[in-house]
Design a protein around this ligand. Structure first.
Ligand code: MG
Length: 157
């Protein structure tokens, strides 16, 4: 087995929605990002790359590269999953925690799980999506941004 962890943050900015795990979630703000700023997928990609000891998302998809401007982060996730498969591994399970005061994640968690499971060649039961606030403390508590943690376990395919 191989374990990996990932973490990502984006600041809130102008906009009317945030992308979370490939799902468009209506919100009074968007996020500041080169890509679509999907913190769930970015943390998950870093967890997959970490489990493979293949560096991080910035190495594979440099923000300086214009081809990733406004990119759909699901293409990052599918590429990371291809690397997982090429190295002879499959997803055992993934556990993701989204950290923010708003938007509320609960109503979207099932849609996010389904979307991620498809890109991870896994079942919904292998993908956990949960959320917490930081009790109004810190940058997430002040509503300045959104963060996500991800942990994955890979098993031999
Ligand atoms: Mg990011």
């Amino acid at each position: 087995m191989r374990i990996g962890s990932g973490f990502d943050v984006h600041a809130f900015g102008a906009g009317d929605h945030v992308m979370l795990g490939g799902v468009r979630v209506a919100h009074g703000q968007g996020v500041v990002a080169h890509s679509d700023g999907d913190v769930v997928i970015h943390a998950l990609c870093d967890a997959l790359l970490g489990a493979l000891a293949l560096g991080d998302i910035g190495r594979h998809f440099p923000p300086s590269d214009p081809q990733w401007k406004n990119a759909d982060s699901r293409q990052f996730l599918r590429h990371c999953m291809l690397l997982v498969q090429q190295h002879g591994w499959a997803l055992g399970n993934a556990d993701i925690t989204v950290i923010c005061e708003r938007p509320k994640i609960g109503p979207h968690a099932e849609a996010i799980r389904a979307c991620l499971a498809g890109d991870l060649a896994a079942t919904v039961a292998q993908v956990s999506v949960k959320a917490t606030t930081t009790e109004r403390l810190g940058f997430t508590g002040r509503g300045e941004g959104i963060a996500a943690h991800a942990v994955v376990l890979l098993v031999r395919a």
